[in-house]
Design a protein. Structure first.
Lengths: 241, 112
């Protein structure tokens, strides 16, 4: 029987007036998600809210591949609804949201994402990014045009190439992962990692429990200026007794 | 033996790219992805109800697959005369001739 400890926090940040991020935690289902809305107040927060609402209603199939299918289908349904709502209420103006979801089972899991919200794994004092941003900068990075250092300060760092609501057809990416007792996972919006470098993220995740880790990461982002909304979920696979 | 997760993820990424470029139907994409996910999860491939409901002699057709739906062309049934329709047409023709004959007879009797 799998046991997960987790702490999920979201904050408006220092500069923004509204929080367009949305988070969800369903430990009984083995599903956690962060969504970062775009399009301004009453558009971005609606889009991210639609995502967490849809994912929160999902049942957990016995077969893990059907669980992945269900998450994808829920996001594709929300994609259609967001586009229809944007046409009706905002005259076609951009409305959408990034999403990163963590699906866990005994010994393995999956990451499903669209956009630049991220999933990291902390294992053996090493931080590993498990999702790959759907962004212009990531494409340049993959093509070897820029280095990781240049990517952090690139002027197009916030230009994403995929989002829920961004196109008629939504294609989410899926990555599988193995899970060991003691592994910690960090789901976050760009409001966190744009303020904190990898060393700061690693420092935050080293805390003795998930509550302290999540609160330290959020506080560090706020102290760094938090120009955007900040969302943090830390999930830990419990050690075997 | 479980497959290497990094190799599976490379295959998943490639699969998603092919799907995004329209090289794969949604049904094929999901089917192949299920195989990869089940390999890591150590689970058997799920038996889907769509497949079970299909005639055993025919390949499964998913409602998610527009390609599969389009594979069987729809016949223009309006151009095919069925036996029931033929009998109805003959009956209508006979009735029309009878009415025309009756009208002609009445005109002949009462024309003066």
């Amino acid at each position: 029987m799998s046991t997960w400890r987790y702490c999920a926090l979201t904050d408006t940040g220092v500069r923004r007036k509204h929080n367009e991020d949305a988070i969800m935690a369903m430990p009984a289902t083995g599903l956690w998600a962060v969504a970062d809305g775009m399009g301004g107040h009453e558009a971005g927060d609606l889009a991210s809210g639609m995502i967490v609402e849809a994912l929160s209603a999902l049942p957990r199939p016995d077969n893990f591949s059907l669980f992945v299918d269900a998450v994808e289908q829920a996001l594709q349904d929300v994609n259609s609804r967001i586009r229809a709502h944007a046409d009706q209420a905002f005259e076609g103006r951009m409305m959408g949201s990034t999403v990163v979801a963590l699906l866990l089972a005994e010994g393995y899991g999956a990451c499903v994402w669209a956009g630049d919200s991220r999933l990291y794994r902390w294992r053996d004092q090493q931080l590993e990014q498990l999702s790959r941003d759907h962004s212009q900068v990531q494409r340049l990075l993959d093509a070897g045009v820029i280095s990781e250092e240049e990517a952090d300060s690139h002027p197009n760092a916030n230009v994403i190439t995929r989002a829920v609501g961004g196109a008629v057809q939504l294609v989410v990416d899926v990555a599988m992962l193995d899970v060991l007792p003691g592994d910690r996972f960090l789901l976050c919006s760009d409001g966190l990692y744009n303020e904190l470098d990898r060393n700061a993220l690693a420092l935050g995740l080293q805390q003795p429990d998930v509550e302290t880790a999540a609160q330290n990461l959020l506080q560090a982002a706020l102290q760094a200026g938090a120009r955007d909304n900040v969302s943090v979920i830390v999930v830990e696979a419990a050690h075997e007794a | 033996m479980k497959p290497d997760v990094q190799q599976v993820n490379a295959a998943l990424r490639q699969l998603a790219e092919e799907y995004a470029e329209g090289q794969l139907s949604a049904a094929t994409y999901r089917e192949r992805r299920r195989e990869l996910v089940c390999a890591v999860a150590g689970q058997a491939l799920p038996q889907l109800e769509d497949g079970e409901a299909t005639h055993p002699g025919l390949p499964p057709v998913s409602v998610e697959s527009p390609v599969a739906a389009e594979a069987e062309p729809v016949m223009p049934v309006a151009e095919q005369a069925t036996p029931v329709r033929s009998y109805r047409a003959v009956t209508i023709l006979v009735l029309a001739l009878a009415m025309a004959g009756a009208a002609g007879l009445l005109w002949f009797v009462f024309r003066k």
